[in-house]
Design a protein around this ligand. Structure first.
Ligand SMILES: Cc1cc2nc3c(=O)[nH]c(=O)nc-3n(C[C@H](O)[C@H](O)[C@H](O)COP(=O)(O)O)c2cc1C
Length: 302
């Protein structure tokens, strides 16, 4: 399950039971905050899409921490990622909110995500610029490396689809540097673009667009990052996945893991096992013995 569905870490067990292997909670901000005023979520039914401008409504680190900790103690549970955001009132150039998140959740999360790609917090996406990003990543990695725990949690960066070629290259160059080498990237967050064929009455609402219209944009973005990083940084692919074929395309483009949100909102829990079954059938029919054999196959040929 992608970030944003279980922002306050209340549904981890239920989501695991529907078949999700890993659940990313959050985004969570250090201090509690309300987010934007309602309405802030719009279903674009005809487009199988959602536009949201939640603006990081979060109960804050403290409340979410205790729930994640309790879940972590269960024997039967999903892999739990904690997606870290920053408070609206924190200075944008200040990396402290993320560093605090790493320190707070580092010992109990299975992985951590630095989210610099939500379109609904003014200035946040600016942290993807090369100098800002280099500073941010080196600080959070240092905090992670000094956690003093036996098993350091992998640290991932979640990026936006709305980046030009230059910006993608810059990000790839930063995360390949030794002191900025993240353990993975999540490609991608919602888009601020509006494909011209959207039909729904809500298509011009402000916010991030997800679901079907994001699918191919996201897959191309995954392919770009797979090529730009030479396949050296694992990718979690997300954006418009609703079938086994969609998941397979993400893997061929370079994703090692796949997430979804919007299709679950439209189709409900059965979609999880359906996608896994379909993906299994596709892999078998094409003669793959293991998913890892398919990763990046189309990225290298295109
Ligand atoms: C209502 C809603 C809220 C979201 N909130 C977050 C969030 O808090 N943090 C985050 O990193 N991504 C958030 N996302 C983005 C998703 O995690 C995902 O990257 C995006 O929706 C593309 O996947 P999908 O097309 O399967 O929904 C949100 C998405 C939606 C639809």
């Amino acid at each position: 399950m992608a970030a944003g569905f279980d922002k306050q870490a209340e549904a981890m067990q239920g989501l695991h039971r529907t078949g999700f292997g890993f659940v990313e909670i959050g985004s969570v901000t250090p201090e509690p905050q309300d987010g934007n005023k309602k309405p802030r979520v719009f279903r674009l039914d005809e487009d199988k899409a959602i536009i949201n401008r939640y603006g990081f409504n979060s109960e804050g680190h403290e409340a979410v921490y205790s729930r994640v900790k309790m879940e972590g103690e269960k024997q039967e549970r999903a892999v739990i990622g904690v997606n870290l955001g920053k408070n609206k009132l924190s200075a944008m150039e200040d990396v402290g909110d993320y560093v605090d998140g790493v320190k707070k959740f580092g010992a109990i999360a299975d992985y951590l995500v630095i989210n610099v790609s939500s379109p609904n917090t003014a200035g946040l996406r600016g942290l993807q610029q090369k100098n800002e990003l280099e500073n941010l990543i080196s600080c959070v990695l240092e905090a992670r490396n000094n956690l003093g725990v036996t098993k350091l949690p992998p640290l991932l960066l979640k990026i936006a689809p709305d980046l030009n070629e230059e910006e993608r290259k810059d990000i790839a160059n930063v995360i390949l540097k030794e002191h900025c080498r993240v353990d993975g990237i999540i490609v991608c967050n919602t888009t601020t673009s509006r494909p011209s064929d959207l039909k729904s009455e809500f298509k011009d609402q402000t916010g991030g667009l997800s679901g079907q219209p994001l699918k191919d944009i996201s897959t191309r973005c995954i392919g770009d990052f797979y090529r730009l990083t030479g396949g050296q940084i694992p990718i979690i692919g997300v954006g418009g996945v609703a079938t086994g074929q969609d998941a397979f395309e993400k893997i061929l483009a370079g994703a090692s893991l796949v997430q979804l949100y919007t299709s679950f909102a439209f189709q409900g829990p059965p979609i999880v096992r359906r996608i896994k079954r379909e993906l299994d059938e596709i892999l078998r029919s094409k003669g793959y013995k293991n998913i890892s054999e398919a990763i990046g196959k189309s990225a290298l040929s295109s």
